[in-house]
Design a protein around this ligand. Structure first.
Ligand code: LCS
Length: 409
């Protein structure tokens, strides 16, 4: 696919949306830590509020540091308008609120980040929005779920935490035929590995808390939209509901994103090697990793993504109890939720990130009680491997019973 980026991706991570500060020449974008902006005259203030003058007015509505970040991520996604938010969930909420209303219907990937589903089930349902959760990796199921009032098709691919993959191009065709808007949560890939707008999506969404910032020190989100009318609609909802990012937070993400491509290359290489070793370990019952040839959608991964990324989910022989021993036995990998940071994190979706879902819904979305999720970081491979496989030895010691091996990919 022909890139619409003016620079190579690695270059754009460092420079997109940024230029030396005009006042002193500072190379790093200044942090405009100001809630409000002075007008030179009453006339100038009025012109800004009427839209005749595009200058800044109030940070909830726009801020120069935030604008630099929005321009940067929009360019990395291949062009569009960026809207940075206070968290990934603020981006999800903005999309739901802008696109749905009483009597409308949404179809969502069943295995999405837990709160993206709970927000809809507990809150938006109160306002008369209906949702079907389907395995969107199966396009027939997606097609069958379409209704005359379907306004939004919400895809998460790779999905959290099952790593199942939805064909964005084909799903967008189905949604567009029905007149629905397509949102893709691209958090697991970052724009380095997948560019949903180029594949037919209308809106791409990220928790920038993850790979884009990459240092587990900021909570932030973003929406990128190419259609100007749709972008204006989302901007209105965002600025009125107050989910705007803070300028200091925006600056931290701008600093983090500069190393995005380097971090992803190292983490992905570590993940590939770990996944290869995990599949042949006797205590592992199944491994889900998009880079394994045994992944059920391996061909689609090759077509749609530029690399398999660094998230691995696996099931241990011995289920929940074995997972508990593993998580308590690692020492370099940190037992924590979140993902996409420079450090390796391990967690238990059923008890942690997806605990808000009723068990039945969770199981039907493929998130079993014993699934363990690993967000592989940039540590030296030998150290990571030693930590994980020593912990697996401990599992074997405390919880014997070997696998007959069923790699689900
Ligand atoms: N979308 C995805 C795919 C996510 O994984 C998360 C957070 C969000 C949206 C929400 O972003 P936030 O508001 O936290 O910035 N995922 C988390 C996870 O898997 N563990 O902890 C948070």
């Amino acid at each position: 696919m022909k890139s619409s980026l003016p620079h190579q991706f690695d270059t754009a991570c460092i420079h997109a949306g940024q230029h030396p500060d005009e006042l002193f020449g500072g190379v790093s974008v200044p942090i405009y830590q100001s809630s409000t902006f002075a007008f030179k005259s009453a006339e100038e203030g009025a012109a800004r509020f009427s839209g005749k003058d595009s200058g800044y007015k109030y940070t909830r509505l726009g801020n120069p540091t935030t604008s630099a970040l929005e321009a940067c991520i929009a360019e990395l996604e291949g062009g569009g308008i960026g809207l940075a938010t206070a968290s990934g969930m603020a981006a999800v909420n903005t999309a739901y609120m802008a696109l749905l209303g009483c009597g409308s219907h949404m179809i969502s990937t069943d295995s999405v980040y837990g709160p993206s589903r709970t927000l809809m089930e507990k809150e938006f349902s109160r306002f008369g929005v209906e949702t079907d959760y389907v395995d969107t990796s199966n396009l027939d199921k997606l097609k069958a779920a379409i209704r005359p009032n379907t306004k939004l098709v919400y895809l998460e691919t790779p999905a959290n935490p099952t790593l199942s993959i939805t064909d964005i191009t084909e799903a967008a065709k189905i949604a567009h035929t029905a007149g629905a808007v397509v949102v893709v949560d691209n958090t697991f890939c970052s724009p380095m590995l997948q560019r949903p707008l180029d594949l037919g999506a209308d809106i791409v969404l990220h928790s920038m808390t993850k790979f884009i910032n990459g240092h587990s020190d900021v909570v932030a989100g973003i929406l990128v939209i190419r259609d100007k009318t749709l972008a204006a609609r989302l901007r209105n909802v965002l600025s009125q509901t107050g989910g705007t990012i803070d300028p200091h937070q925006a600056w931290l993400v701008l600093r983090g994103v500069k190393t995005l491509s380097m971090r992803i290359r190292v983490a992905q290489e570590n993940a590939r090697r770990l996944a290869d070793e995990l599949v042949s370990h006797p205590m592992i019952a199944s491994v889900a990793y998009p880079g394994l040839r045994t992944h059920p959608q391996y061909k689609l991964v090759e077509k749609q993504m530029k690399g398999p990324g660094s998230m691995i989910s696996f099931e241990l022989v011995g289920g929940v109890e074995a997972g508990r021993i593993l998580m308590n036995s690692v020492s370099l990998s940190t037992l924590a939720v979140s993902l996409g940071g420079i450090e390796t994190l391990i967690q238990h979706p059923a008890g942690m990130t997806h605990a808000s879902l009723p068990r039945e819904a969770r199981l039907s979305a493929g998130i079993s009680d014993g699934l363990v999720r690993l967000s592989v970081g940039c540590e030296a491979y030998e150290d990571l491997s030693h930590d994980l496989f020593s912990a697996l030895d401990e599992v074997r010691r405390q919880c014997p019973g070997e696998s007959t091996m069923s790699v689900t990919g």
